[in-house]
Design a protein around this ligand. Sequence first.
Ligand code: ACM
Length: 765
Amino acid sequence: MKNKIAALLIAIIVFTGFKATAQQIDNKYNIIPYPTSLTSGQGNFVITPATTITYAGLFINEANRLNELFINSFGKALPLNTASKEHGIQLKYDAGISADEGYRLVITTHQITISARTPAGMFMAVQTIRQLLPVNVEYPNVKIVKSLALPALTINDEPAYEWRGMHLDVSRHFFSIAYLKKFINVMALYKMNKLHLHLTDDQGWRIEIKKYPKLTEEGAWRTFNNQDSACIKKAVDNPDFKIDEEHIVHKNDKTLYGGFYTQAEMKALVAYAAERHIDIIPEIDMPGHMMAAINAYPFLTCNGENKWGTLFTKPICPCNESTFEFAENVFTEIMDIFPSKYIHIGGDEVDRSDWAKSDACKQLMQREGIKDLPALQSYFINRMEKFFNSKGRKLIGWDEIIEGGISPTAIVMYWRGWVPDAPVKAVKNGNKVIMTPGAPLYFDYQPDQNSIYNIYHFNPVPAGLTSTEAKLIIGAQANIWTENIPSENRADYMFMPRMTGLAELLWTNNVNDYNSYTTRLTDQFKRLDVLKVHYRLPDLPGMITQNVFTDQDTLSIVKPMPGMQIRYTSDGTLPNKNSQELNGKLVINKSEHIRLAAFTSIGGKGDVYDLNYQQQSLSPPVEVSNTQPGLICGYYKAFFKETKFISQANADSTFISDVIAVPQSVKAPSFAVTYSGYIDVPSDGVYSFYLTCDDGGVLKIADRETVNNDGLHSAIEKNGQVALKKGLQKFKLDFIEGGGGYTLKLKYSKDGSAPADLPTSWFRN
Ligand code: ACM
């Protein structure tokens, strides 16, 4: 009996010891993603240039990757050896490690043993060691040292999800091979394993196809478009928006933007990524998003026209055999360049209207019993899938591919946040699904103070799946569409450090200690500096955009990163590295506009904060009696570009609500909701409100515009203040949803408290 209890206790200790929990995270080790299980030991293992690396034959690449770190640090490689040795660093084969990318790392004072069953697992262990070593291991000659110490510890580690992806659109703006290598190297550092390259779109064809040379001779080049113009405008204030000169050419009196990868260049990149256990998944987006190809080869359309439809460009024609011949020829060359098991065919945003007008399509639909245009798209995708499968590859498509019916063997990439049941439907159909919903995983959306938190707390498994079905959610991916990302620095800013939050979500899944993660992230910035990653600096805490004061206000900032300087102006100009430094408190006693930004010692600059200060008197309460609980809401089933247009429409329905959130019952892709009534303010003072919405929202309290977050945009938070006396105060919130995103949150704070939901008891009408 006693022994049984002891055995049970040991079992509990062993079991709970295996999963990292909030309490067990040891911030001595600033590893991201945090390992599944980490136990500290005593002392260090000291590596010198004489330390030997012993490896099992299948791990030669990983031994080399590990040795690169030492070459950078010592100026020379450690001796490599395949014979078993007692001391030094051992890379051992272990058939007992079940996860494909799993590993065990044991560091004692006299030896380092890394065990894995696969080279991928061994590589992941090398990345953990990389993060345990000082930052000078990242590049040659940053700092040559005589020895390196690694702390004694035991790590058992494996990923929660098999698909840990990043996407990059190289069509809208083009990125060099050198940049892609840097991108891959940073992905590898955080154990991300899939790079999805969006190689073709309306704005440019970026991969050499030998059979169709005009795809790149013509399709890779364009004159500046309206997205370029928008970037050029923004570049006046922010040099990261300057269009990369490297991709501008002057030809026949024309200035052209573009570029493409030769097959040889891309094969070398694929090999570089493979050494880092990252698969490159090529996407050739069709049948829509094909304008660049159609310009070069007009036979691809049903009617020879190549133009924009209502929302998207005209697609290629799925009703002509010549289209299939083209598509198969292109994908045959693509498969020769990219050995990946997965090939992405796109399939998103297709304007199918011309198909309905085509005689070829009418005949085909009749002959094949195809009932509608979505089914016609499915005919195209299913035929292409059979072709992919015949070559031993699996097809991935954006989630529109399920609309007209899809075979369960295709892999669905979910992106349309406004079609929440799409991933569930796909899984119920038997398809594997990769989650990339716009919120929070479109990394082309402007990051704000909540973006990493939202990524970190994203659940890749949608509601409505059984635990068995949930296994078909194979992971998630962040997408970077580059219409507004014309430079490498801007791309770095958009994906880092956001990607580290995704990496930890997908590898460690629910370490569930966000504070630990942010502490570890602060340490990672030093490594990213050495890697010359132009990451977005941490947000300055507690910044309010529209500030209100009654007598005077003070501005002081707790710096989120050591070594940061905060500089500001009060004359409307942009702050630069020579602007006045904000140290301590700035007293504000008149209405003014402060612009400030953080600067780092190595030339980094954070977002510019525009802080408006306005003097207000406390608004007196309104005198109303017999109020009822809740706010009066109006629902408008229409599309509005800005909230000001709502007043020109009639509400389709009204209801009472005591919460501020997108109503569950709302189905229209585009709509507006208005909330009006009173809030019962508990005490006199200046109140801060934080309005997050996708799309727009405007909050008025006491007839004073408090937060203006209007327009069509992704889920961003804006904030503002209002001075109120205790009692009932007029409340009005207008919200518009353009289609997709569906986010509405309102929080408040007072006297420096943490933002919190407004108590439901405050709402009256
Ligand atoms: C997409 O964002 N069109 C997949």
